[in-house]
Design a protein around this ligand. Structure first.
Ligand SMILES: *Cc1c(COP(=O)(O)O)cnc(C)c1O
Length: 465
């Protein structure tokens, strides 16, 4: 067995899987705000254009989550009750992708963190559980939320079931129709699920009046869930990505990965993750970005977005709403405009018009990178991966795999060794329709046009402070 040397450490060439014991698991979430050279700009009240006060968010979120949203503390302790539930799927395994490496025949070592073993099959329960926990502390009776592909709704339904909280989910119409089994999963965990736009809210009724056949969007579903939460004091709202506290909770992924890479005797040159709102990318990369900033490490962190919804690579850094109806505060982020309606690609979790404030600021400061990929290349990569590694990836996760293959090809061309770590953020067992459509030749690449972009951004120029 050959042994490659890296930073005077012996690389473990025998293991295919790296597992942490219970005593090695992270005890705190990592808050990158503490280490950011430029702190994120504040969210603004849409009417006054002044920074919002914590009280402004109180109708929607419990106080502990609002504190985390604005915290500048480096580490925040994970409550025991949350740790106990995390135990169901955490620490998650780190795999060495030997099968894929062999297929690529490039001078790369590829590792991936697998988040598909969770109750919903993705990274989403990492934040759903603490969010439900803090709501329970305030005796909240019901949590409303949106879901795109259904991953977040499933995760929150599970978390609410753990704490005896009711859960009401607004599911983007196109996914509701494309992924009926996701709805049944949410029902099984005890949630009520409605296709969005619905006639249950003013925001939904307005959209339906203008377009009765609307296939919906995450922005619309968020508006509906927020409107419902505001109607009853004992109800609150939860978001599955974008916000600082969501990204914070996901950092268990990267902190575990740091220890597992140590077990492997290796350290990543490149980290890759798909980009929807930014939570799984942040989860795996922020602990490493923190080391880049504080310890001078040089890991490149690459967010991969779909070419049909390219906010990081084609959007602008502007203040924008997080939802379509304009209920949320204005957030400083890379955006395509909150009225932008992305093409109906199968990577439903990546069809969001904006990127989280933290990811946006880090990209602006050159501390992370972004690329946009077409869906056919991604599905092809997902199929190669399934055959070599035995895991069928969620369509979102195939975006990371495709970029891994690009990095490996580049390493071969340049004749340079490279260690790659990526986030396999979810399995695709409920996305077989997407694979079916791919095999049947029904999927096409999407050319994003300057016209779409101009129209989307024109709508939000007037929102700038
Ligand atoms: C929700 C989801 C995403 C996109 O959301 P992020 O907040 O960017 O992580 C990506 N992959 C899967 C499997 C998801 O469920």
């Amino acid at each position: 067995m050959s042994v490659w040397k890296n930073a005077n450490q012996e690389i473990n060439m025998n293991n295919r899987k790296f597992l942490l014991s219970d005593s090695e698991k992270p005890t705190h979430w990592y808050n990158i705000v503490a280490d950011m050279p430029h702190k994120p700009r504040p969210p603004l009240h849409p009417k006054t254009k002044q920074p919002i006060a914590p009280e402004d968010l109180a109708p929607l979120f419990p106080a502990d989550l609002i504190r985390q949203e604005t915290s500048t503390e480096r580490y925040i302790e994970i409550p025991d009750e949350v740790q106990d539930i995390y135990t169901i799927w955490r620490p998650s395994p780190l795999y060495r992708a030997r099968g894929l490496e062999k297929a690529l025949d490039a001078p790369v070592r590829i590792y991936y963190k697998y988040e598909g073993g969770s109750p919903s099959g993705s990274h989403k329960p990492n934040t759903a559980v603490p969010q439900a926990y803090y709501n329970k502390q305030e005796a909240v009776k019901k949590i409303t939320t949106e879901t795109g592909a259904g991953q977040w709704g499933t995760a929150l339904a599970f978390a609410c079931a753990q704490f005896g909280i009711e859960c009401e989910v607004y599911m983007v119409r196109i996914s509701f129709d494309q992924k009926p089994y996701r709805k049944i999963m949410m029902n099984t965990f005890g949630a009520d699920v409605y296709p969005s736009p619905s006639d249950r809210t003013q925001a939904g009724r307005d959209i339906l009046a203008a377009d009765p056949d609307s296939s919906g969007s995450l922005g619309i579903a968020i508006s509906e869930a927020i409107e419902k939460a505001l109607q009853d004091e004992s109800h609150k709202y939860a978001l599955g990505s974008v916000l600082n506290h969501v990204l914070l909770h996901q950092t268990v992924i990267g902190q575990e990965a740091i220890k597992q890479m140590e077990m492997a005797g290796d350290y990543p040159d490149v980290i890759i993750a798909p980009m929807g709102g930014g939570s799984n990318f942040a989860g795996i990369s922020f602990p490493f970005v923190g080391r880049n900033i504080t310890e001078g490490q040089k890991t490149r962190c690459i967010a991969v977005e779909p070419a049909s919804c390219p906010k990081l690579t084609r959007g602008e850094f502007l203040y924008d709403h997080g939802d379509t109806a304009g209920y949320t505060p204005l957030l400083p982020m890379y955006t395509l405009g909150h009225n932008f309606s992305p093409a109906a690609i199968h990577a439903g979790g990546l069809r969001y018009h904006g990127a989280s404030v933290l990811c946006s600021q880090l990209l602006k400061d050159g501390l992370v990178e972004a690329v946009a990929l077409q869906q056919l290349e991604c599905f092809q990569a997902g199929i190669t991966f399934a055959r070599r590694e035995g895991i069928i990836a969620a369509p979102e996760a195939t975006h990371a795999i495709a970029q891994v293959i690009r990095e490996a090809n580049r390493a071969r061309e340049e004749g340079r060794e490279k260690t790659i770590l990526f986030n396999l953020c979810g399995h695709g067992f409920v996305d077989m329709k997407a694979y079916e459509d791919y095999f049947a030749g029904r999927l096409a690449d999407h050319q994003f046009t300057g016209e779409e972009l101009k129209a989307g951004l024109a709508d939000i120029r007037s929102l700038q402070p």
